[in-house]
Design a protein around this ligand. Structure first.
Ligand code: FAD
Length: 463
């Protein structure tokens, strides 16, 4: 009897243990992806468009045999299993709060047909590592130590030929890939497994902007110095195990730093798995009574932040990069998150929601916990008083101002690092010289960072 391979966040064919498990039980399989409104609704157009492109690429790799369908997964998968007389359904395990619930419902709907979970999107699956006392890790450094000691499997040798793929025509409603996504003007990276592997190969070989420079340059948003693999990791176009395998035995600074970043990804998935409530709730409940700025002013401030019109150039560059590319450099994610929570005194979840709507790599665990870390209520060991100064952060990590000029055209007329303090050029705190293609002039700083820093600390001390 055939099997079903249900794709979700594993849109690739190499190094996919699910295929080995299916091939153990069957020669032929139906490949299916189910559009689930519960996940589609909060996703935002850029991520859905990228997902549609990834599915198109997977379909091509499967010789046009991916069934794209729509509905309640429990009903859809159980119905397909009955139609083809499947003896098993194969997935890689989802550890997200909703994903686990959904998979349990699918398992129940399948009755006697087993739902076989093999592997996960992580090098070390959430829940696997425990402290000596048997509990979860609450901070990163000891987690990483345990993660390195634990290690991971070698890549699974799989490809499209691992199974015969069943022709899905006539098996339920088959949607076109365009059905998934609204139009977006966001400049998306090339999608799919081949594009992910190409990007990874280039990153390993590029002497100027690749792995060899990663440890030195990864905090520089003006350079294209990181892997930019996050969208591919999000949808499993490449598995972290594949990357870690290619780094094996390497103790150079670049490899060590990249391994560590991949450990962060697993760490946050572990944290969310053990505390699913932290998708919304503060990781540290002590922060539940933190005061926030609210009212119409607060909404106007939030809108200015979203639009990249705060008057702080590095913040605005980041927010505009997010809108244009559906991606933002990690250092700048921290700067804009700190600005929202500690200069504008707005709650982290408002920023997190905006990020999830626009990020192509938007991932509940990394995003909510990246936000909580920066807001000070998360897993960081030295939390709230780390308040990023947006000017000195800009001067330090975008030392020539190139990143700001790339994303804030109004400031292109200002050379060098002076671009981080445009108000010094403008006389009495008014807008800067309108030198750009954009007719709108650049706004003055919406708040005084030094004063807001004190307000933030006072809020913290009232906890
Ligand atoms: P690289 O530097 O090349 O890192 C390689 C990979 O390691 C990344 O692709 C990612 O999978 C992982 N990684 C790196 N840094 C982190 C980190 N701090 N936390 C978790 N994983 C990490 N990452 C997401 O994938 N999705 C998100 O929704 C997301 N939201 C974030 C929100 C905030 C407020 C912050 C501060 C960080 C967030 N991150 C998120 C983490 C990080 O910013 C991105 O993973 C990174 O910028 C992606 O670019 P890259 O692939 O070039 O990273």
């Amino acid at each position: 009897a055939p099997a079903i391979v249900w794709f979700r966040r594993d849109l690739r064919l190499t190094d996919l243990p699910t295929l080995l498990a299916a091939a153990d039980r069957a020669n032929a399989a139906l490949a299916v992806f189910v559009i689930d409104d519960r996940l589609r609704r909060p996703s935002g157009a850029p991520r859905l468009a990228f997902l549609a492109d990834c599915l198109r690429a997977l379909d091509a790799d499967l010789g046009g045999r991916l069934l794209l369908t729509h509905g309640e997964p429990a009903a859809v998968i159980a119905d397909l299993a009955t139609r083809i007389g499947a003896a098993s359904v194969h997935i890689s395990e989802d550890f997200g709060p909703y994903g686990r619930m959904r998979d349990d419902a699918v398992e129940a709907a399948l009755g006697a047909v087993p739902l076989v979970r093999t592997g996960s999107p992580y090098a070390v699956s959430p829940g696997r590592l425990r402290t000596k006392a048997g509990g979860p890790y609450r901070v990163f450094t000891p987690y990483r130590r345990a993660w390195l000691d634990h290690g991971w499997h070698s890549p699974a040798r799989t490809d499209a030929g691992t199974l015969d793929w069943i022709d899905p025509d006539g098996l339920g409603e088959r949607l076109d890939f365009d059905a998934l996504a609204e139009r977006t003007s966001v400049d998306l990276p090339p999608a799919g497994e081949a594009a992910a592997l190409r990007r990874w190969r280039r990153f390993q070989q590029d002497a100027e902007r690749g792995l060899d420079r990663y440890s030195d340059d990864r905090d520089r948003p003006d350079l294209d110095a990181t892997t930019r693999l996050s969208p591919y990791l999000k949808f499993g176009c490449v598995h972290p195990r594949t990357l870690l395998h290619d780094l094996r035995g390497r103790g150079d600074a670049g490899a060590v730093a990249l391994r560590s970043e991949l450990a962060w990804r697993d760490f946050y998935a572990d944290v969310l798995h053990r505390r699913p409530d932290t998708a919304r709730a503060n990781y540290h409940a002590a922060f539940d009574t933190l005061e926030y700025h609210s009212g119409p002013d607060a909404d106007a401030a939030f809108d200015a932040w979203c639009a990249g019109r705060t008057g702080y150039p590095i913040v605005d560059a980041g927010m505009r990069q997010l809108l244009a590319e559906g991606w933002m450099h990690n250092r700048v994610r921290m700067i804009v998150a700190s600005f929202l929570t500690k200069d504008l005194h707005l709650p982290w979840w408002r920023g997190a929601r905006h990020f999830m709507k626009h990020l192509v790599d938007g991932d509940l665990a990394s995003n909510q916990h990246g936000w909580q870390w920066t807001a000070g209520c998360g897993t960081d060991a030295a939390p709230f008083f780390r308040i990023f100064n947006p000017v000195s952060q800009g001067e330090r990590f975008d030392p020539d101002g190139d990143y700001v000029r790339r994303w804030v055209p109004e400031l292109r007329g200002i050379a060098g690092r002076a671009v981080h303090r445009p108000w010094l050029l403008a006389g009495d705190g008014d807008a800067v010289l309108p030198l750009s293609p954009s007719p709108a002039s650049y706004p003055p700083p919406m708040v005084d960072h030094r004063a807001e820093r004190e307000v933030a600390l006072a809020r913290y001390h009232r906890l």
